[in-house]
Design a protein around this ligand. Sequence first.
Ligand code: CP
Length: 317
Amino acid sequence: MSKKTSKLNRKDLLDIESLSREEINLILETAKPFKELFTKSVKKTDYLRGKTIVNLFYEPSTRTRTSFEIAEKRLGADVINIAVSTSSVVKGESLLDTVKTLLAMKIDAIIMRHGSSGAPHFLADRIKVPVINGGDGFHAHPTQALLDMFTIKENLGTLEGITVALVGDISFSRVARSNIRGLKKMGANVRVIGPSTLIPKDIDKMGVKVYYNLNTGLKGVDVVNILRIQKERQKQMLFPTIREYNRFFAIDETTLTDKNVLVLHPGPMNRGVEISDYIADSEQAVILKQVTNGIAVRMSILYLLIGEGPLKKETAK
Ligand code: CP
């Protein structure tokens, strides 16, 4: 079988910091022809024909797990989904023993989400098959950052020089960390906005500007990416009440009046908490486009990591 002409020269995709600017560009550019495929009546290709991919999710997910499954199937792979709650993990089996069991079944790649930061790195260091991080603790969610960057670039034409505000729970958000790293690498200006209790004290070392006031922080931005409160990762509430959070930090029709600002949200949304119905359902919100783009970006990553052959005509640019 012919070799790909350009690809990601790595086994795993674990975080954004280890990707070069060129690799990010390659992933975003390769996602474009895969997205074009979605307009066709037959959306399937065979770049992963004969490969078996396991989606191993230790935490709940709607978007990431489903879009990886669709991406894998559209690339022609055989797909196994393991919901940890119905697996032998509940009988006490370790991560490594679970994965060794899967490897004995001759699988070709693992997509993993785990509640512990660093779990995909731990696994990737110990096995030969590729590991793709579907979100680990509050460390990283690289495929989310890549699909967010794809969506911004698709709408604004560039990432270079634009200003993006991440609003909300920065401390506990893997989406925030991966977005900051990716956007900075691609030349964007990044701000974080939220209550001081939800913004790490040394976040400015990542090259971002910090705002504790929503109105001030939103002045002059091109993009606002709204993050939900990660209640499941907080041991205690870090602001007085949800009502107060909503009053001071919600993106709604009174706090975001500039209709040219692009609105992103990685989901799941808490309508009436960090975002109003009006904004979530507005023309300037590209939240469902992010979901569609997530499939194209994940197809691109899977193809570049483990796909066979050059891009064929129907998926070529
Ligand atoms: N954005 C995101 O990771 O959503 P899910 O938790 O539904 O996968």
